[in-house]
Design a protein around this ligand. Structure first.
Ligand SMILES: NC(=O)c1ccc[n+]([C@@H]2O[C@H](COP(=O)([O-])OP(=O)(O)OC[C@H]3O[C@@H](n4cnc5c(N)ncnc54)[C@H](OP(=O)(O)O)[C@@H]3O)[C@@H](O)[C@H]2O)c1
Length: 330
């Protein structure tokens, strides 16, 4: 990116980097679009230009710097969204470097990154599928695992974007009954094909929280993955069961404050979980689940790297379901 806005995107030739101490050099084969990338591409996130966009990628280790023992040449891997957050509770320093935002990202052939922030990807996935795991996949995983989703509980996921479709898939794998909302009946049909037990069109039913209560015989959902923020939080609180949890993930309704009545949380004994993607160790744990259940990320569209701007336009109009992947050819 030479400047903010999709018109600021252009291809350029750069020197191939060398892996420094503790780093691995990756030959990237695939990337994908997240809502976060779209925000960066629009220039709504303060970045220094020029900047290589896109946080997520999958590729092969083709070189290792001094002191690297965890990974070897030939490993198929993906860098973590927070490349400096290897494990444990994050510090601000762990969150400093975000690929495709505060540092150069994955819309390129070669990337040299700290090995501690890189995870091996499940063998059964294609590069395009594996490239969708770092941001949307790991966020969905932690949105379910941190609040401790238990088999048999009711999970509500909002919309059919990247995070939400991963949450549907992980929710089914972990034994939940899953309700999916969407603005599109056609997408809800596809969500049913992916295992959704109940569906609600939030455009035709703006008071979708009432439908969630009906579906759950008046109880409400045990866990809600809230991606709308300002647009959805007040209704998510109403849709939640007594003792329920809400994983606060997204800002699709905008970055401002959400209308929110705190009394509703303590009168229902709700717990709110702020989710910030996850650490590389979380990534490894998620990958074990993906491998165990042979889960396949849902990729509805693929664009070549040269057409990243078109991929962003598709995301902007919500034309996708699950993930939009980007292929990085030779
Ligand atoms: N906290 C974190 O760590 C973290 C990590 C990843 C993403 N996020 C955030 O999570 C959100 C989703 O990210 P994503 O990459 O999955 O986005 P995405 O793939 O672009 O998903 C967009 C979809 O969400 C649905 N949607 C749009 N506006 C909505 C609203 N107001 N209420 C309910 N659903 C709505 C639509 O689904 P339908 O077309 O089916 O209606 C839309 O297609 C974004 O705000 C992103 O910034 C946060």
């Amino acid at each position: 990116m030479r400047s903010a806005g999709l018109e600021g995107l252009e291809l350029e030739t750069r020197e191939r980097p060398e892996p420094g101490p503790g780093e691995v050099l990756l030959r990237l084969r695939a990337s994908c679009l997240n809502y976060h990338d779209y925000v960066v591409l629009q220039g709504r996130s303060p970045v220094d230009y020029p900047r290589v966009p896109l946080s997520d990628g999958c590729g092969e280790v083709i070189g290792t710097g001094p002191g690297v023992a965890r990974l070897a040449v030939g490993d198929r891997v993906a860098p973590n969204f927070f490349i400096g957050w290897a494990s444990g509770r994050p510090t601000l320093e762990d969150w400093r470097n975000v690929l495709g935002d505060s540092i150069d990202g994955c819309a390129q052939d070669y990337l040299s990154v700290p090995a501690a922030g890189v995870a091996k990807v499940p063998a059964h996935l294609t590069d395009l599928e594996a490239a969708t795991l770092p941001c949307a996949g790991l966020t969905a995983w932690n949105a379910l695992v941190e609040p401790g989703l238990v088999a048999g509980e009711t999970l509500l996921v909002q919309g059919t974007g990247g995070v939400s479709i991963f949450a549907l898939q992980f929710g089914k794998a972990l034994g939940a009954e899953v309700i999916v909302t969407s603005s599109s009946d056609e997408k809800l049909e596809r969500a049913r094909g992916l295992g959704a037990d109940h569906t609600v069109n939030y455009r035709r039913t703006p008071e979708w929280q009432a439908s969630v209560r009906e579906i759950t015989d008046g109880r409400g959902a045990d866990l809600i993955v809230d991606v709308g923020g300002r647009d959805t939080l007040a209704r998510s609180v109403k849709a939640a069961a007594v003792g329920g949890r809400i994983a606060l993930v997204g800002v699709l309704g905008g970055f401002g404050d959400a209308p929110f009545n705190p009394s509703a949380t303590f009168s229902k004994h709700l717990r709110l979980y702020g989710i910030g993607v996850g650490s590389r160790e979380d990534f490894d744990a998620m990958n074990r689940c993906v491998a165990q259940h042979r889960l396949r990320p849902v990729v509805s569209d693929v664009f070549p790297l040269e057409e990243t701007a078109d991929a962003a336009r598709l995301l902007e109009r919500g034309g996708h379901l699950g993930k939009i992947a980007v292929s990085i050819a030779d």
